[in-house]
Design a protein around this ligand. Structure first.
Ligand code: 13P
Ligand code: SF4
Length: 363
């Protein structure tokens, strides 16, 4: 497995531009009480009844006051929390205003009616929200919430590809920095990659940076999809077709659904492949007796809450970047207004165009 350094750009350097910081613009609030009183227990009991199968009782007295405090702070701040499907259940079911895959979160960001957006996800998602909301304050609760795919490619790599493949359009997976998006023609997500590639009307298209997504899209279209070899997701590349076949042999009637960041062999061994929200919809539509979601761990917990009749077989690959986000640092982000995500105005314009082109395709 390739271990990549993951250092997303520092979210904000307001002092460099002499712009008031988010804390100066919005103010800092008092830290709310986090005591687990009888009143808190009573108020939060309906939520616990919903999530009790995936949150152990010993953790609830710690989570419940945080959830209550965050939900109250959101109202005070006129803030929304956009949470990716990989967030842990206490975030996903407790404090998120919108949950979804990257495409849905980008759409929600574009429509957000709030002064502040807190991105419970990774840095490229927060940057995408900022691109679509230049006038809003976008916060990420932990600056180390990066992504091995986003880290695998730079704007200079895209320049080199342009020279190597003159005239070939470049589609960038949304899991990239704004600097990379600014050099590409259009963005895509795992939910719409095939349609975006085909929308360009070209015979050949470069799809960066995930080499496995590119290979999987190539298998579904007549367009020649050229991959960028170094790019891969360190979570999904670990699953193997052999492992899937072993699970199938051990669990009669098991349905296997996989994310397209997995290898083509894994997708061949699966019954369905789709974005994280595509996988959720598949479970809702098909109501399988037993299912295995070949993706990040928290997905099964989150989906199990809403599909109590389905038995989830859970191989567990954690995304260490997604797991940087916790109720504790979401609370801090709303109290102290940290960490603000900004995008260099020189790259924001072209990067926004690449994202907007995708959003406007409406696919
Ligand atoms: P989705 O857009 O399918 O949610 O994928 C995002 C991601 O980072 C998966 O690893
Ligand atoms: Fe990036 Fe993979 Fe984590 Fe998704 S699961 S955020 S692609 S490292």
């Amino acid at each position: 497995m390739t271990v990549m350094m993951n250092t997303p750009p520092a979210p904000s350097s307001d002092s460099a531009t002499a712009r008031p910081s988010a804390a100066e613009r919005h103010g800092v609030l008092d830290m709310p009480s986090l005591e687990y009183t009888d009143e808190v227990a009573r108020e939060m009991a309906p939520l616990y009844a919903k999530v009790e199968k995936v949150i152990p009782p010993i953790e609830w007295p710690f989570f419940a006051p945080l959830i209550k405090a965050i939900n109250e702070l959101k109202v005070k701040r006129n803030a929304v929390i956009l949470a990716h499907n990989y967030m842990t259940p206490e975030i996903y079911h407790g404090v998120a205003d919108f949950v979804g895959d990257s495409l849905q979160l980008a759409r929600e960001a574009a429509a957000a009616d709030a002064d502040i957006i807190v991105q419970a996800g990774v840095h490229f998602m927060a940057e995408t929200a900022k691109l679509l909301n230049p006038d809003k304050t976008v916060l990420i609760p932990d600056t180390e919430a990066g992504c091995s795919l986003a880290e695998s490619i730079t704007a200079a790599d895209v320049h080199r590809l342009r020279r190597e493949y003159p005239g070939v359009p470049i589609v960038t997976y949304v899991n990239t920095s704004a600097a990379v998006k600014a050099e590409c023609d259009i963005c895509c997500t795992s939910a719409n990659a095939v349609q975006v590639v085909e929308s360009l009307g070209a015979r050949k298209v470069l799809l960066v940076p995930d080499r496995f997504l590119a290979a999987n899209v190539n298998n579904q279209t007549d367009v020649e999809v050229i991959p960028y070899q170094p790019g891969r997701c360190e979570v999904h590349e670990r699953f193997t077709a052999e492992e899937l076949n072993d699970y199938r042999a051990a669990h009669e009637g098991l349905k296997i659904i996989a994310h397209p960041e997995c290898t083509p062999d894994v997708l061949k061994a699966a019954d369905y492949a789709g974005s994280t929200s595509g996988m959720i919809k598949w479970v809702q539509d098909n109501a399988p007796e037993k299912v295995m979601m070949v993706t990040e761990c928290s997905m099964s917990d989150n989906v199990a809450v809403e599909n109590p009749g389905v038995d989830f077989i859970r191989p567990c690959n954690l995304c260490p970047y997604m797991k940087k986000i916790s109720l504790g640092n979401i609370l801090d982000s709303l109290v102290f207004m940290k960490h603000e995500v900004t995008v260099d105005p020189k790259i924001a314009g072209p990067a926004r165009k690449a994202v907007e082109r995708m959003v406007q395709l409406n696919i």
